[in-house]
Design a protein around this ligand. Structure first.
Ligand SMILES: [Zn+2]
Length: 210
């Protein structure tokens, strides 16, 4: 199986896909968030990162890359999923150098293309009953019948609330940092886009097997 970097907007579904790939094909899922949470504080590198986190300082690209390198050294030939790193052009270039140095390769970069409205609704999929004020979520707390209130049978409505603004900010940040990375891998000829509304998992597996 190919080593892969996923690019997907917040609520774009890469977490679910990654979980399945780990379970089905023995992938190692390497996320920057996990690397930072699972640091070994007994090593000089772990201690440095821990100190910076405690002081609220930025974890710069070099430190992220060092953590990534440590993780990659433990893989023993397992295929890997990169998640959240590289997240800017500089990191992407440094990752390339790191892989070359370690005799590894990033084989494919898959972008899950999911329309803004869809990820927005997943993220803030709140639906409410205008009559009895019951609250549901289209993802996490579905009513028994689609669009109908369990308690009183009224048609449920989706209303925008201030979470949308927060989501928009996250989404815009994603687009801003992602475009240069996608272009970088397009130039390298390893970029693939998958329509995030179709059977994303099956398509992903077929790309990873090619
Ligand atoms: Zn109701």
């Amino acid at each position: 199986m190919k080593n892969v970097l996923f690019i997907a907007p917040p609520a774009g579904g890469k977490g679910t896909i990654s979980e399945k790939l780990v379970a089905e094909f023995g992938y190692e899922h390497i996320s920057t968030g996990d690397l930072l949470r699972e640091i070994d504080k007994t090593t000089p590198l772990g201690k440095e990162v821990d100190d910076r986190l405690k002081m609220g300082k930025l974890i710069d690209d070099d430190l992220v890359l060092k953590l990534l390198k440590e993780k990659l050294e433990t893989l023993e030939g397992k295929p890997f999923i990169l998640d959240g790193c590289p997240r800017n052009l500089a990191q992407a270039q440094k990752c390339d150098e790191l892989f070359a140095e370690m005799g590894l390769s990033l084989d494919v970069v898959i972008e899950l293309k999911v329309p803004y409205d869809v990820v927005l609704n997943r993220a803030i999929g709140r639906i409410t009953c205008p009559k009895c004020k019951s609250i549901y979520n289209t993802v996490t707390k579905k009513p028994r019948n689609l669009g109908i209130c369990d308690s009183c049978g009224e048609n449920l409505i989706h209303r925008s609330d201030d979470n949308e603004e927060t989501f928009r900010t996250r989404y815009d940040a994603f687009v801003e940092v992602t475009e240069p990375i996608a272009d970088f891998y397009k130039d390298r000829g390893i970029y693939e886009a998958i329509d995030g509304l179709h059977d994303v998992y099956e398509e992903t597996v077929s790309v990873l097997r090619k």
